[in-house]
Design a binder for this molecule. Structure first.
Ligand code: COA
Length: 364
């Protein structure tokens, strides 16, 4: 009976797990990884050390460099390539099932796989650019950080502004509690699946626009507004058509998304040519959303300013879900390990609302 009464579509507000990894401060508009505010991390430590903070609760040694691996059959569709290759690596590396291996072994498997996600995405992006030949390892090895190595592996060069854009984006989006992909990773981990299966399941959730994919829709929006020159009218027209403005609204933050704040600052610092229009559109969108939804705060979310920052590094729209995957390997890995320690299968209930008992002859 209580199950029926408690049903919430979308599970909004339902507490499904307890976690020690990240704390989004809903009212205060801040985000802390293992207690440390992300404001303190950006610009001080590179992403791979933040991976260490989230997964190991210490910066060192952090996420390792990817080991040599030549992914076969890359298509240039980076999220699909990452999902397929990470699942395949379970077989190639003979990874053990999470319920049968030690926490240390699981951590090491996740570290190897996380690093490999970055390498596969970079290689896939290179294929999408029309280059079949990989960049030589000695060129990639010249990079000092994971973000720099990522760009070297993709393009053979790494502009410092592009490195900063990607590093900041990865840190800001490394972890955020139980969103769709992380929940998926934990569900897979709760069955005792291996680390590759759990990570590839998580990557599979990123192909829709409502999670990790919104940045792909933001830049075209900003460009349309720049062309039209009237952000207020553009927003009104879109909402009148019943569409949503990508990059606004969030299940958790009701006041301000701290990641949006940090990334908007970064976009400004890096001299993004789209900042001015992005600010005008943001202002118009917030005002109109407030007018139409006075009962509900719909703040700018991380994906809006993430799009502008990723644009500084010339990240093409189709690559944005894969960029999110590169960042979130830290959060997914930490949650997979946390779930492993819980040792409890995640298995909620469904309330049956279909037809009552009937005979096969009644079926059309
Ligand atoms: N633009 C226009 N209206 C929006 C909106 C947006 N970006 N976000 C929410 N709303 C409106 C909905 O239409 C709905 O109105 P209604 O009650 O009249 O039907 C109301 O606000 C509540 O929407 P709901 O989907 O229940 O909010 P949520 O908190 O569950 O959803 C998101 C959160 C992120 C899925 C939602 O805000 C959204 O779709 N945003 C755009 C996509 C996006 O930016 N995704 C990236 C998230 S990080």
């Amino acid at each position: 009976m209580s199950e029926v009464a408690d049903f919430k579509p979308g599970l909004e507000g339902v507490v499904a797990v307890e976690t020690e990894i990240a704390e989004p401060d809903r009212e205060g508009g801040s985000l802390r990884y293992r207690g440390v505010d992300i404001e303190e991390l950006v610009g001080r430590v590179p992403y791979e050390k933040v991976w260490g903070l989230l997964v190991d609760e210490r910066l060192e040694p952090g996420m390792p460099d990817p080991e040599p691996y030549d992914p076969p059959h890359l298509t240039g569709n980076a999220p699909a390539d990452a999902q397929a290759e990470i699942a395949r690596l379970s077989g190639v590396w003979g990874l053990g099932k999470l319920h049968e291996i030690s926490d240390e072994q699981a951590r090491d498997d996740l570290a190897r796989l996380s690093a490999q996600v970055m390498a596969i995405v970079a290689r896939s992006a290179r294929v999408a650019d029309g280059h079949e030949d990989p960049i030589p390892d000695e060129v990639v090895a010249k990079g000092k950080t994971a973000a720099e190595k990522f760009l070297l592996r993709w393009r053979g060069e790494a502009d410092p502004a592009h490195v900063k854009a990607i590093d900041t984006y990865w840190i800001c989006t490394a972890e955020h509690g139980l969103n769709a992909s992380t929940f998926t990773a934990r569900i897979a981990a709760s069955t005792g699946a291996d680390a590759g299966a759990a990570l590839s399941a998580a990557i599979g959730t990123l192909s829709g626009p409502l999670h990790g994919g919104a940045p792909a829709h933001v830049i075209p929006m900003i460009d349309e507004v720049a062309k039209m020159g009237d952000p207020e009218r553009w927003v009104r027209d879109l909402l009148d058509r019943g569409d949503r403005i990508m990059g606004f609204g969030h299940r958790i933050y009701r006041t301000e998304d701290p990641r949006a704040r940090l990334l908007s600052r970064t976009a400004e610092e890096l001299g993004s040519p789209r900042v001015e229009t992005a600010r005008a559109l943001e202002e118009a969108a917030l005002a109109e959303l407030k007018r139409r939804h006075p009962e509900r705060e719909l703040p700018t979310n991380v994906e809006y300013w993430a799009a502008v920052v990723l644009d500084v590094a010339h990240i093409p729209a189709p690559l944005t879900p894969a960029m999110f995957a590169c960042a979130r390997v830290a959060g997914w890995s930490a949650h997979i390990l946390e779930q492993k320690r819980v040792r409890r299968l995640i298995r909620p209930s469904a309330r049956y609302v279909g037809p009552g008992a009937r005979s096969l002859s009644d079926v059309a």
